[in-house]
Design a binder for this molecule. Sequence first.
Ligand SMILES: [Zn+2]
Length: 417
Amino acid sequence: MAGADIILTRLLDLQDTNFEVVDCKVSDQEVVWQIQHREGAVYICKSCGLEHTTCHDTKTVTLRGVPFGKKACKWVIKFARILCTCKLRVRNEKLVFRASHHKLTQRFVDHVEQVLCSKMFTVADVARLFELDYSTVYKIDHEVLRRLVQELKIPDPINIAVDEKSFQKGHSYVTVVTDCDIQKVIWVSEGNRKESLDQFFQILGPERCAKVKTVSKDLHKPYAISCSEYIPQALQVADPFHVVKKLNKAMDDCRKELSVGSALAVGKRRLISSLQWVMRYKQENLPEKHLESLTKLAEINEPLFHAYLHKESFYEFFHFRPSEVKPAEKFLIDWIVDAWKSQLRPLQEFGEYIERNTQVLLNIILTGRSSAISEGINRKIQVLKSMAYGYRNINYFMLKIMQRCGVLGSMWKPANL
Ligand SMILES: [Zn+2]
């Protein structure tokens, strides 16, 4: 072999294989490597691994390799077919550098996996970047995530948050468990039933379950039952994120009740319906341009304006410190009483909800839990869902949550190591 070929063979990491580079053609668009057997090579059966010294015939396959800058890279490989005893027919020789499911080199697949796991690029980005089929990159992404999840070791959680997320417009759900201390998703399972969460606790095992101190969740009943069964010692905390969401929903219903079907003039009704988002702002976050609409609201619909102020006052609750549980409780009671006085049904219903769940709400104060983690994770999952191509496959959706919001992506290493 000429000196240059040795270098080229090394460049493709073929030095420990039965193959070597015999030629290389470079054009503006691509680099084409011609690869053949070395002298005296043995052929290994792809199916059974048996070594053969003679071959039946040879064939050629073209694989895509890691590109050189902007040049695509093709490996044209002359390989052997052998008559092996493992099955009485012609078998292909094993090519160690070929990826198992694609016409790509394993090095290329490793590279694509690494880029996908960096979480900086979507499947579509990576397909464009490497000029690969979307479906090929999708398959690589799915495969690598399936591999990584096999190796996943769930950390020992102390404080967890449990939440359900809809999939395919609410036709099905997944259960998402977050470790609040490392602020990462550590588990996702199918469905939003008790069994979905049971699965997590069963994998965790009784010893680690006993170490869980707090669990924050929306007040979805099946989860509460599962928690009482597996982690009875853990303090159940309402998730502030869900409380605020419920409050906003109540506010929205008030808006509908007081505008739609009311005796107000059309222009005023229109203003009220345009306030849907304005009323969700916390007052301190309210952009200047919306202030005017609120002032107008005070003029045309006083009850709704009061409802808005009443909603606003609820946020004060989250400012109590762990040492102020008693005053916080009094605050809740006062708030409920005022909600009753407002005579607005949605606010009253929210008041009843607080009354039913006072203790888990007070546990928010006791544990100093904020909604920041749930909000962050929720936002990321929302982004995931809005990324095109939907997630027709629920398993892939679950793996993507584990990758984008959890520990899965950072675990990447090549498959064969
Ligand atoms: Zn064989």
